[in-house]
Ligand binder design. Structure first.
Ligand SMILES: Nc1nc2c(c(=O)[nH]1)N[C@H]1C(S)=C(S)[C@@H](COP(=O)(O)O)O[C@H]1N2
Ligand SMILES: [Mo]
Length: 527
């Protein structure tokens, strides 16, 4: 075969070694190997320091409030999987483009991948919980990716002197085996590194094992027993106490922090006379208390399910703060999680002797599940989780609202987050039989308590619902009522009034900045 030398500069898509698709594949394989090696190094350095997770965490932090809200509403607890999946697609496309660029305009592709590595390293080092070592995974991993890509691409590209020869077959054909070898080695490294990182992070399975064998002490002050009438046990009605496996989970952690209680401690510091640190064993030796409290997320929409009620075991935050002796002028406690999340809680609320705010270690009779904050978290009745319920908590800093703010405040959420009175219809959903229809649900106004719930069908009169019993004002309350409904389509509406006489507003407001309002309605077709 003969070709004019001057044609050799035109794009050659006819031969595999010159096909941009092979270069793209090399890019993807090199990128995957780099990320896998970064995972492996991260497993040794610190779990959150990998390019993927540090980058993902930075994306989560950079996401504006409305988009976070949107993600939670559309994907719920799958929001993290969606984020990681999207990142995977973006990175794969980027790596393919880098492979192609490396073929056509060397070393542009390696530069692109290298830039991702440098950005990954910088982003990792800037994580709130990072040390300088956090740069390592991205630098080592992406360095490896660059080497792999250069090696593979060089084999797709005839040597410059050969490029000028008319005999391109020799030039092109010679590279094919080398290309496959280079790419194959990179793919092998990717698989091995991933397997290795799995092995090393089996340490995280160890935290689960520690949790499984852990025995928490009994409460010195037990919770008031749940009255028999607190749970109406109506089919499909949310149970009074939410089982741990059904408890909603909301946090910014792409990777659940794995804290071994033996290494955990809580530091109480800031504007205090007596800063101190308490270890796990010291905490468990203190007289623990148990309280039921309903935890709600500010992102919950009207009728939504980002709310749950549990029995918490822990030590009063008030007692910890009193021991540290807050100074005059302080008005906020900034609690910090191992993963860098922070919440700003009014000091006054935490010092209130009538409010059972806990540094909790137990949830419904077990150690906290790892995704709910193991080994310790805060629970403050009456405040939304984002300003109070720090999971994996490692420090309490007494400070001021002027000097500091919690994680969500600069992202468009209110600095103060008292829970708003709300109610939800759980039953019926969809359809019902004509005649007496049981309508039931839950209502909450944590720390104030629910005074009344009313339901109406269509534009009819409000009918008072019967309230179930409750352990106290800090939990939600079930309610039920029987309505006579004729065949046809109906809209049921509920509204609650708190124990202070405040009835929830009909005005609809979105979750941001301080909690959704409006009445929950459901459509029922009665036949
Ligand atoms: N470390 C950490 N703690 C956190 C959060 C977080 O993102 N990180 N989110 C808060 C929010 S917004 C809520 S609503 C509650 C949810 O607690 P749960 O996941 O146990 O239901 O945790 C709070 N504590
Ligand atoms: Mo939340």
């Amino acid at each position: 075969m003969t070709q004019a030398p001057e044609r050799s500069a035109s794009p050659r898509t006819d031969r595999i070694p010159h096909d941009a698709r092979w270069a793209a594949l090399a890019g993807v394989v090199a990128g995957a190997a780099g990320l896998a090696v970064a995972e492996l190094v991260a497993a040794l350095v610190a779990p959150g320091s990998s390019t993927l997770f540090a980058g993902g965490a930075a994306v989560v932090d950079a996401v504006p409030g409305w988009l976070k809200d949107f993600a939670v509403q559309w994907f719920g607890t799958a929001d993290k999987a969606v984020l990681l999946g999207t990142m995977g697609v973006v990175l794969a496309v980027g790596a393919a483009l880098a492979g192609w660029a490396e073929l056509r305009r060397p070393p542009l592709g390696s530069q692109l991948i290298g830039a991702v590595g440098v950005i990954g390293a910088v982003v990792a080092v800037l994580r709130p919980e990072a040390t300088p070592l956090w740069a390592l995974p991205s630098l080592v991993g992406i360095g490896g990716a660059v080497i792999a890509l250069r090696a593979a691409a060089a084999r797709l590209r005839p040597e410059p002197d050969l490029r000028r020869t008319p005999d391109r077959d020799a030039a092109a054909g010679m590279d094919r085996r080398g290309f496959l070898a280079a790419t194959g080695i990179a793919a092998g490294v990717a698989v091995l590194a991933l397997a290795g990182s799995r092995l090393v992070s089996a340490g995280s399975a160890a935290v689960n094992a520690v949790r499984d064998t852990l025995r928490l002490p009994a409460a010195r002050r037990a919770a008031a027993p749940v009255p028999a009438g607190a749970d109406l046990e109506i089919p499909d009605l949310t149970p009074y106490v939410t089982p741990n496996r059904d408890f909603y989970r909301i946090d910014t952690a792409l990777r659940v922090p794995q804290l071994d209680p033996a290494d955990w401690s809580l530091e109480v510091r800031g504007l205090v006379d007596e800063p101190f640190t308490i270890t796990w064993d010291e905490l468990l030796a203190l007289p623990l208390e148990e309280h039921h409290a309903t935890l709600a997320c500010v992102s919950n929409t009207v009728g939504g399910d980002l709310i749950g009620n549990a029995l918490w075991l822990g030590y009063p935050i008030r007692a910890l703060l009193e021991r540290a002796r807050p100074q005059a002028g302080a008005d906020m406690v900034l609690s910090r999680s191992d993963d860098g999340f922070t919440a700003g809680t009014p000091l006054e609320v935490l010092l209130d002797p009538d409010r059972d705010s806990l540094l909790a270690v137990g949830m419904n009779g077990e150690p906290l599940p790892v995704e709910h904050g193991f080994p310790a978290r805060l629970v403050v009745p009456g405040l939304y989780g984002y300003v109070s319920a720090t999971k994996w908590v490692t420090s309490l800093e007494v400070t001021t609202f002027d000097a500091d703010q919690g994680y969500w405040t600069p992202r468009g959420w209110s600095a103060l987050g008292p829970v708003k009175v709300q109610s939800r219809i759980d039953v019926p959903r969809g359809s019902a039989q004509a005649g007496a229809v049981t309508v039931a649900g839950v209502a909450w106004a944590q720390h104030t308590g629910i005074g009344a719930v009313e339901v109406r069908a269509d534009d009819g009169d409000w009918v008072p619902a019967e309230l179930a019993e409750t352990v106290g004002p800090d939990t939600w309350r079930q309610w039920h009522v029987s309505l006579d409904l004729a065949a046809g389509d109906h809209t049921l509406t509920v509204r609650a009034t708190d124990a202070d006489g405040l009835t929830q507003t009909e005005a609809e407001a979105p979750p941001a900045p301080d909690g959704a309002t409006g009445w929950h309605t459901v459509q029922v077709s009665v036949g």
